[in-house]
Design a protein around this ligand. Structure first.
Ligand code: FAD
Length: 299
């Protein structure tokens, strides 16, 4: 297990939120952030609109996480629809707002929008940001391979390019089968990818999410997970509890196997994040310290 250079921890625990729709009251997201910050995560990351142009809320929230709640923040940035000038302007704004960590992404494709061609891959954006200044650059990775990749081998070579371009920390796409993640870690190691890789966990707690996951092609759903979804999709409380328990079960196994970190896709639901932290907070905290004392005693 590797210590995160960026967050100085062996088992990083992080949370992800998305900016609310303009119709949702702004106070709701700030209450959410307050509750999430109370869990003392290593950082909270804020997603960025796929089209690339509406990032104002991302920046505002990433700044507030730091200044209002005293928690480290990570701003996502999707490059496919941005020009080099856009990125220069945005990174200047990041600097002014005290945002030091950027999750450099290609971004999802938006129908009808033409990519600028300046950043066809996340590695191009990472390399450009590295030239622009002293940011910590994070990247995304896909335990089951990115859906557009010809093969998982191709995908891992591309991931190595991304790390070589300056990414110092990776966060994975969600997955429901830990063995798939362990096989991916092995491929990454063989490819010489030596940065910490956080496991992305999404607690599935309502039936709306089920459809969204099915749309995410390539994410395998184990039989145990499918049974829960089928059985409880019309029973909201049962589905919520079973979804939380499934995520907790995944995390216990991942931390026991010594993963570098857990990144929770909170879907802006602090109640769910709190219940998960209540179940695994001690495990994550002690596994961090256990590793540290082992390292110290071994010199
Ligand atoms: P890339 O790393 O560029 O990979 C995309 C594809 O190109 C892959 O198939 C890869 O194998 C291939 N590739 C990469 N580099 C090369 C190369 N040099 N040559 C040839 N092929 C290459 N989307 C958003 O719009 N906003 C967000 O905030 C957001 N947050 C995310 C957070 C996480 C943790 C994850 C896992 C995903 C997130 N996404 C987000 C989704 C992401 O933008 C999409 O999955 C997108 O399709 C790929 O982005 P990427 O940065 O992984 O792309």
């Amino acid at each position: 297990m590797k210590t995160s250079q960026m967050f100085g921890k062996r088992t990083v625990f992080s949370l992800e939120i998305f900016p609310p729709k303009p119709t949702t009251g702004v106070e709701t997201i700030y209450r959410t952030l307050e509750e999430l910050s109370n869990l003392k995560p290593d950082f909270i990351s804020v997603t960025y609109g796929a089209g690339g142009k509406n990032g104002a809320k991302t920046l505002e929230l990433a700044e507030a996480i730091k200044t209002r709640y005293g928690t480290e923040s990570v701003a996502h940035l999707s490059g496919m629809y941005l020009t080099r000038d856009d990125v220069i302007r945005l990174t200047n704004e990041f600097r002014e707002r005290g945002i030091e960590n950027i999750l450099a992404l290609r971004g999802d494709r938006v129908e009808g929008l033409e990519p600028t061609g300046d950043f066809p891959h996340a590695s191009d954006l990472a390399a450009f940001i590295r030239e622009l200044g002293d940011f910590n650059i994070i990247g995304a990775c896909y335990p089951e391979g990115h859906p557009e990749s010809a093969s998982t081998v191709d995908d891992i070579h591309n991931l190595k390019r991304k790390v070589d371009a300056g990414v110092s920390h990776l966060i994975s796409q969600l997955f429901f089968d830990n063995d798939i993640f362990y096989a991916f870690l092995e491929r990454a190691q063989i490819a010489g990818i030596n940065v910490p890789i956080e496991a992305g966990i999404m607690p599935v707690v309502n039936s709306k999410q089920i459809g969204r996951i099915i749309a995410l092609c390539g994410v395998k759903m184990p039989r145990k997970f499918m049974r829960i979804m089928e059985r409880y999709q019309d029973k909201p409380l049962a589905l919520r509890d079973a979804g939380i328990a499934y995520a907790v079960d995944q995390i216990v196994d991942l931390v026991t196997q010594g993963v570098d970190g857990i990144h929770l896709y909170t879907m802006n639901q602090p109640y769910v994040a709190r219940r998960i932290w209540e179940s695994v907070g001690g495990l994550i905290t002690e596994s961090t310290f256990e590793e540290e004392s082992t390292t110290t005693s071994n010199g």
